[in-house]
Every structure is written in structure tokens, then in C-alpha cells.
Design a binder for this molecule. Structure first.
Ligand code: NAP
Length: 282
């Protein structure tokens, strides 16, 4: 199978999404994403541009609620509450990290989990852990599962090793993999014998944020590998790279996602699937 293109997964998702948007429009509803942004951080703007492009392509509306980077906690909370109550906005993306004068915990707590499109509220997290169906999983973590399903990688009964235990990726992806009946081992910086653990896995998900950390010694033939990492190239060259030395690992394993063009290509489309779903529920 070689490289597992995230772009192909995104295109496949869009086919159903277009149908869903048309269906909602027939009922007089335009699914709409609200973006809350403090300032104009380059990373936020790049993500916003991608999300807007996807929304435009699919006929999904976007409203941007912009506050100054030096804005106050009270203004941010008031904006979040306003968007919570706005029936024309079905889902919200709140850019993080927030500036240091903001209590990020209080900001996240102010967001209605039903409108939390990227799994940042405690309500959404609880939904993943309890299977209550409340809220939405973080888009990147869920994109890992969507990629594996798209390429028909079997998960039930398989051994999956996750490198990384962050709240945004490692932990939620582990919960989502359990839901698919995989046997999950979560590794982190204190884990011993990392390569032994990854070698034994059927599927490896790497979310460490360490450029080119995993070389071919981590992998063996027949495995499927998802590289979630997005890092600046250590050489100082332009562009991004993953946590894996893709060039030397790709010839060994059954399939691996590239960086760029892998998980990142699915994440922003996946965000819009949540908006469409929230519009259906509303
Ligand atoms: P993070 O919060 O820094 O977590 C990194 C995890 O990797 C931690 O659990 C850490 O262990 C573990 N780790 C670090 N060094 C290790 C080592 N030497 N051995 C074993 N484990 C180690 O990062 P994150 O937010 O999860 O992000 C991970 C990567 O995903 C980043 O490159 C980020 O840019 C990328 N990302 C991609 C997307 C996308 O759409 N593709 C979206 C978001 C993030 P400890 O817990 O012990 O410290």
C-alpha cells in the first residue's frame, strides 16, 4: 500500500459531506462554523485559511469572531457566550494556545460542549471516555481513526502502540482505538524499550512532536503506521516533517502516512464533518 494519502481520505469524506450539506440546505439550514480568534498568530491564520477554503468548497458558512491578542478574559468569555447562544452558528473553533492573560481553563469551560468542534472542553473529553456520544473528539485524534478505516486497516483484536499521551492526541486516540476493539499500549517519555514495543505492534500511531525521531529500527514488515507529528525541519529548510524518517520506513512497512499530506490533510475536513453533524442535531 505504501504511502497512505490523507488527501484521498479527505476527498472521500467530502463526497458524503456535500450530500449532507445539500440535504440541510433543502431544509433551509446552512451549517455554519464560528471561529474565535485572539489576534493574528500565523499558525491560527494558516489553519483558518484552510478551514475557510474547505467550508467554501462544501457550501458551509463561516463567521470569524476576532478579538485583539491583548483582549481581556471578560471580552473572550462574553464572545464565547454570545456564540453559544447564536442559533445560526452550529459549531465553534476556539484557537489555542490563548494569550497568557487568559485563563484557558475558564475559557474552555465557557464553551458549550455541543458546539465544541475540536474536543477541547471537559464535556467533550467525558464524551469520549464514557461513550455518551456528547461533544466531539479532537479532530486530529479522530482523523487517525478515519485514515485507518479508509484504508481498511483492521483494528479489532490488533495490537496498537501509541507514542505520546497528550490530551489532544495520545489519550483521545487511545480511547478511540479501544472503541474499535484494538488492544492499546500508550507510550511516553518514561517508557522503557520503545523500539521493542513498536516492533511488536500491528499498528503504530506516533504523536511525539520530535522531528524524525523514529527510524527504521522502530518498525517491521506488515505494520501500518500513522505519523501525526508536524515539526519544523531540523535542518532549517522550509516546510514541515513528521516524527518518523518516512523515506527509510516506507519501504519496510505495509503503509505509512506522509508528512505533509497525511493526518493534517484530514484534520481540517474532519472539523467540518463535526459542523455538519452539529447542524443536523440542531
Ligand atoms: P505534546 O503535548 O508535546 O506530547 C508529546 C508526547 O510525546 C508526550 O506524551 C511525551 O511524553 C511524548 N514523548 C516526547 N518525547 C518522547 C520520547 N523521547 N520518547 C517517548 N515519548 C516521548 O505534543 P502533541 O500536542 O500531542 O503533538 C504531537 C505532535 O502532533 C506534534 O508534532 C504536533 O505538531 C502534531 N500535531 C499534528 C496535528 C495534525 O493535524 N497532523 C494536529 C495537532 C498536533 P511525556 O508525556 O512523558 O512528556
Amino acid at each position: 500500500m505504501g504511502l497512505l494519502s490523507g488527501k484521498d481520505v479527505a476527498e472521500a469524506l467530502k463526497v458524503q459531506m456535500k450530500k449532507d450539506v445539500d440535504g440541510l440546505k433543502g431544509k433551509g439550514v446552512q451549517p455554519t462554523l464560528g471561529i474565535i480568534r485572539m489576534g493574528a498568530e500565523p499558525g491560527d491564520l494558516a489553519y483558518e485559511k484552510g478551514a475557510k477554503k474547505t467550508c467554501e468548497e462544501l457550501g458551509v458558512g463561516v463567521q470569524v469572531f476576532e478579538l485583539p491578542r491583548e483582549g481581556s478574559q471578560a471580552d473572550l468569555i462574553a464572545t464565547i457566550k454570545k456564540v453559544n447562544a447564536d442559533k445560526a452558528v452550529h459549531g465553534v473553533l476556539l484557537f489555542q494556545p490563548l494569550p497568557k492573560q487568559i485563563d484557558a481553563f475558564a475559557a474552555r469551560a465557557a464553551l458549550d460542549p455541543a458546539k465544541d468542534m475540536d474536543g477541547i472542553t471537559d464535556g467533550s473529553m467525558a464524551g469520549i471516555y464514557s461513550d455518551s456520544g456528547k461533544g466531539y473528539p479532537p479532530c486530529t485524534a479522530e482523523s487517525v481513526i478515519k485514515i485507518l478505516k479508509h484504508y481498511k486497516v483492521e483494528l479489532a483484536g490488533k495490537n496498537v502502540v501509541v507514542l505520546g499521551r497528550s490530551t489532544v492526541i495520545g489519550k483521545p486516540v487511545s480511547m478511540l482505538l479501544l472503541k474499535e476493539n484494538a488492544t492499546v499500549t500508550v507510550c511516553h517519555s518514561k517508557t522503557k524499550d520503545l523500539t521493542k514495543k513498536t516492533q511488536e505492534a500491528d499498528v503504530v500511531v506516533v504523536a511525539m512532536g520530535k522531528a524524525y525521531f523514529c527510524d527504521k529500527s522502530f518498525f517491521r514488515a506488515g505494520q501500518f503506521v500513522v505519523d501525526v507529528g508536524v515539526n519544523a525541519k531540523p535542518s532549517g529548510e522550509k516546510g514541515t516533517c513528521g516524527d518518523i524518517k518516512t523515506e527509510e520506513v516506507e519501504p519496510i512497512v505495509a503503509g505509512i502516512t506522509p508528512v505533509p499530506g497525511g493526518v493534517g490533510s484530514v484534520t481540517n475536513v474532519n472539523l467540518i464533518t463535526h459542523v455538519i453533524d452539529a447542524a443536523k442535531k440542531a
